[in-house]
Design a protein around this ligand. Structure first.
Ligand SMILES: Cc1cc2nc3c(=O)[nH]c(=O)nc-3n(C[C@H](O)[C@H](O)[C@H](O)COP(=O)(O)O)c2cc1C
Length: 167
């Protein structure tokens, strides 16, 4: 892929792109061999195709957790609920055991699903595409289930809640 030469200052790019509100989703799997849970927060998770059912998200090439999840081939995406700020902070940190203080259960494939999430989507990785300094992941949806409550929202660098429209 040929990329244009970047002429936009990265901080400015982030500031303006940050005006696009996103959900906050934990992508997590079990590292083969050790069975240790691994995962990270992404704001780029979205649906890609209805038939076949596909989702996509992008991961920084520098992510330490993605290679572990990728190796598992399966992962669960937990769409975080309003109030799960602590989960977001833990899962967007680097290094230490991100899951130590979290409540989670296992998908059929053994992938960690965050307890109390707004929705869970169990997936299998089908493709990875080059996307600048990120990798675009395409995954097949195996099964999915909605939880209750409201979603956690990320907007202009802050976490907030979704407000129901007034009639
Ligand atoms: C709200 C929010 C959205 C994020 N979205 C992404 C994303 O889409 N892709 C990504 O690679 N990192 C994203 N991050 C940053 C990663 O969560 C973070 O860099 C990662 O957890 C680092 O840990 P790792 O090296 O163990 O992967 C996001 C962080 C936050 C707080």
């Amino acid at each position: 892929m040929t990329l244009p030469t970047a002429t936009i200052e990265p901080r400015y790019f982030r500031d303006v792109i940050g005006h696009l509100p996103t959900g906050v989703t934990v992508v997590a799997g079990r590292e083969p061999g050790t069975g240790s849970p691994a995962g990270l927060v992404v704001g780029t998770f979205q649906s890609l195709s209805l038939d076949p059912p596909l989702v996509t998200f992008s991961v920084a090439a520098t992510s330490g957790s993605w290679p572990k999840v990728r190796a598992a081939r399966h992962f669960s995406a937990s769409v975080l609920s309003d109030g799960q700020h602590d989960v977001c902070h833990a899962m967007s940190s680097r290094g230490a055991d991100k899951f130590a203080a979290l409540n989670w259960h296992e998908s059929i494939e053994g992938s960690p699903q965050i307890a109390g999430a707004h929705a869970w989507i169990d997936c299998a990785v089908v493709q990875e595409l080059e996307g600048g300094d990120h990798v675009i992941v395409v995954a097949e949806v195996l099964r999915l289930q909605a939880g209750g409550g409201r979603p956690l929202i990320f907007h202009r660098g802050s976490l907030g809640g979704y407000r129901e429209p007034t009639p």
